[in-house]
Every structure is written in C-alpha cells, then in structure tokens.
Design a protein. Structure first.
Ligand code: TTP
Ligand code: MG
Ligand code: MG
Length: 428
C-alpha cells in the first residue's frame, strides 16, 4: 500500500490508521475488579440500587470484598422487579442475555446468573482512567462515550507497524496493567471501518482492516453493522432485498439516493464502500459563547440606564475575551433578557463578517436590544455570539471597526413599541 505514495519524493505520507477502542463488558468488568471471585461466572448488571450488595457487605463485614463467597450474591431467578440489563459478562452472554434485555426474560435464559447493580461513580472513574492511559501513549483521542474512543494511530510511533497491531497491543497492555480491564481494538483506514473492526475479535481482541479488505471483511456483514444504519433504515433495506453491506455497495448511488434521499443515500453508498473521511475530533467544538448576569436587584432600562449600560458593555467585553482566548470568531450576535415576571426575550442578528471585537459585539447586541420591550424591569441580561469559526491568521479576527454611534444602524424593530424607547436606548 505504501507504494502508492512512493513517487520518488523522499517523504512518503503515512497511511491513515484510525483505531476504535471499546472496553469489554465494561460495567460488569468494573464490578469484577471489586469482586474478582466472580471472574468467569455469568454476571449481569442491572436492576435497582446498590442496596443488593450493601446487604451482602454488611453480612460479611468481617472480610475483604474479594473474599465474600460467590454463593452469597443474588441470582437472576430470584430477582423481583422490572428493569433491563445494562450489560452481561461474556460467560452470561453464552446464555443469550445481553444489553437492553428485560430482567424477566434474562432470568428465563440464565436463571443462575448473578445480578449486580451499576456503580456509576466507579464506572466513571475507570472511564476517565483508561482514557488517560491511552492519551499518554497516543495523544489524538476522540471521546465517544463511557467505554469507547477513536484514536489516531497515523503519526504515533509504532502506529503503522503491522497495520497498527503493535501499538494496539501496547495500549491493551497498558490499560490492563494499570486497571485490570480488557478492551478490544479495531484499526482501519477510517472511523467507520475501525468501529466495525473493534467488534470482530471481542473480548480482548485486535483486528486490523486495510482498504483492500473491505470486500472480504466488510461486505458480508449485515447492514446494521454500519454505525448510522438504524432499525428503520434496516427495515427499508430489507424490503428492498438488501441484507448485507455488500448488497448496498452493489447498488447505483443514484438508486440509493432515489430511495433514501440525497444526503442519506449518498452517505450509505460511501459507507458501504468503506469511504469515510471524518476527522478525529479531540474536543467538541462550541456552538456559541455567551455571558449573562442576574442582577442583585431588578433594573429598569430608563431609571437604571447607567448601571445597565455598564453591565451590558462589560458582558460584551467578556464574551469578546472568551472568543479571543479560545480562538474563535462569530457572526451571530444576540441578547437575552429575563423580566421581573420571569419571561424571557431573546433577539439576535447575523452580520457579514466574523468578529471577536468587543465594540462590534456591543454595537450589534445594542441593535438587538432595540427590538425588545423594555417597560418591565429586568432580572437578567445576557450576550451571546454564535455561528462560530476558529479564527485563523488569514482571517482578520476583528470586523471593521465602526464609529461608536451605537444605535445608528436602522434595524427594523420587531416590536413597534421599541421605537418609543429608542431614545432611551441610545443612552446604553
Ligand atoms: P457497550 O460497549 O455497548 O457494551 P459492553 O462494554 O458492556 O460490552 P462489549 O464487550 O460488547 O463492548 O456499552 C458499554 C457500557 O454501556 C456497558 O457496559 C453498559 C452500558 N450500556 C447500557 O447501560 N445500556 C445499553 O443498552 C448498552 C448497549 C450499554
Ligand atoms: Mg464495550
Ligand atoms: Mg461501547
């Protein structure tokens, strides 16, 4: 594969290698750390509160948790109440029980499985823990929830060896060594295939998929294995006699578009061919930034205009500072008011150029203020900047500064009464 890039230039671009890592039977495995004597047994997690094992712990208060006999734990067949299973150990899965199954049904399938409740605090602790271990080895990590992440292997030392297998092994070892937990890892050219691949060898497995393997390893899979094809799409695909990913890949893109719509049909075609260039998102991008303040006492637009005006200017300056500090510019500027009767009013306006300039924000936010009622007293005032983009050196971080005639622009007031207050507002 590397040969494709070898064109006489010394620097061969590395092949994109994306890993998807998913912890094995996560909630159950966390419980087994506390109760290692249950290892290898059928255990399901679900049902009520931690009361269940609190009772056991009290009974065996004289010994460490790891020495409470397995026979002391409650059985699924004795479980009373409703609820669903959140997960099951691999030993329990042998009986056909698994996530989202009702406890009653599970009890019929695996009556002698042990039941333990979820310990969310413990789960969150280990969730943070395994992610921190990964980040020390491979820094480009996208958090995908409590027990899974995407990791960019492309430029990490060892990330290209054996298609990523060497680095995957190292990560598995580090996580197991430091927590006692196992995970499964899929490594592929992109997120879409990596996500599928992490399931190929569960538990404690590694799967490496190359672009050339799509036909043999991806096409035979049922359509639901594509992350993004849900139960509804599955039903429709089945009605159209498409059952495997290969069935989808065999269709014309236009035909899929006709049947599933422009965006979804085209996406489905790409997905079936294993095409996906979504980047690894290391932290979620903010949609907007805002600052707001609740006053110590309700303020009136006319009687307290000096105080309100100062607060307003300050809020704009704070939002501008937030934008600059985080490296964003925005194009939609808005305000939020809460009146003394707790009603809320918001207005916004989108401008031509992206900005993080406090004066521009102040000016446009001021125009928004002209469009709301200001007879009632106010409890809260907020300023928001949305439609954000990362500011770059090419892009001027500030819009053209205009003279400080704050309400000069004639933005048609949405509220006719606002006109009567325009004179007042000029004082802000
Ligand atoms: P999963 O990764 O889907 O499952 P798992 O880690 O238990 O097992 P696997 O080895 O197949 O990955 O989910 C992670 C945790 O999220 C799981 O341990 C429990 C919780 N969960 C629920 O609470 N409800 C659900 O329906 C699912 C699917 C998971
Ligand atoms: Mg998991
Ligand atoms: Mg998961």
């Amino acid at each position: 594969m590397a040969g494709r890039y070898a064109c006489g230039v010394s620097s061969v671009p590395p092949i994109r290698r994306i890993a998807h890592l998913d912890m094995d039977a996560f909630f159950a495995s966390v419980e087994l750390l506390r109760y290692p004597q249950l290892k290898g047994l059928a255990v399901v997690i679900g049902g009520g509160r931690r009361k269940v094992d609190e009772i056991i712990r009290q009974k065996y208060a004289d010994r460490p948790l790891s020495e409470i006999p397995a026979a002391a734990f409650p059985l699924l067949k004795d479980y009373v109440g409703r609820g669903v299973i959140t997960t099951a150990t691999y030993a329990a899965r042998q009986f056909g029980v698994g996530s989202a199954m009702g406890m009653m049904k599970a009890a019929r399938l695996a009556p002698d499985a042990l039941v333990l409740p979820v310990d969310f605090e413990e789960v969150r602790k280990y969730s943070r823990g395994f992610k921190a271990i990964i980040r020390e080895i491979a820094p480009v990590v996208e958090d995908r929830g409590v027990d899974e992440v995407y990791i960019d292997f492309t430029d990490v030392p060892g990330g290209q060896r054996e298609g990523g297998r060497v680095l995957a092994r190292l990560i598995q070892k580090a996580i197991h060594g430091q927590t006692g937990l196992t995970c499964s890892i899929g490594i592929a050219p992109n997120k879409l295939i990596a996500k599928m691949a992490s399931e190929f060898n569960k538990p404690n497995g590694i799967s490496v998929v190359h672009e050339a393997d799509v036909q043999t390893r991806i096409w035979p899979l049922p359509v639901r294995k594509i992350n993004g094809i849900g139960p509804k799409a599955e039903v429709k695909l089945h009605q159209l006699q498409l059952h495997t990913i290969g069935d989808i890949a065999a269709q014309q893109r236009e035909w899929l578009v006709d049947n599933f719509g422009k965006a979804y049909g085209a996406w489905m075609h790409d997905a079936a061919w294993g095409r996906d260039d979504r980047p690894i998102v290391t932290e979620s991008e903010p949609v907007s930034m805002s600052r707001e303040t609740t006053f110590d006492r309700d303020l009136h637009a006319v009687r307290d205009r000096v105080e309100l005006g100062a607060i307003f200017t300050d809020l704009c300056r704070q939002v501008a500072q937030d934008l600059r500090r985080k490296g964003y510019v925005g194009r939609t500027i808005g305000i939020k008011l809460r009146y003394d009767d707790f009603r809320i009013a918001t207005r916004d306006q989108t401008i031509e150029e992206f900005t993080c300039d406090p004066d521009t924000i102040r000016k446009v936010a001021g125009q928004c203020l002209k469009r709301v009622q200001l007879e009632r007293r106010l409890r809260l005032l907020g300023v928001r900047v949305g439609k954000l983009e990362k500011s770059s050196s090419q892009q001027p971080a500030t819009a053209v500064r205009e003279q400080p005639a704050l309400y000069a622009s004639a933005d048609t007031p949405a509220d006719p009464q606002a006109d009567t207050l325009a004179g007042t507002l000029d004082l802000f």
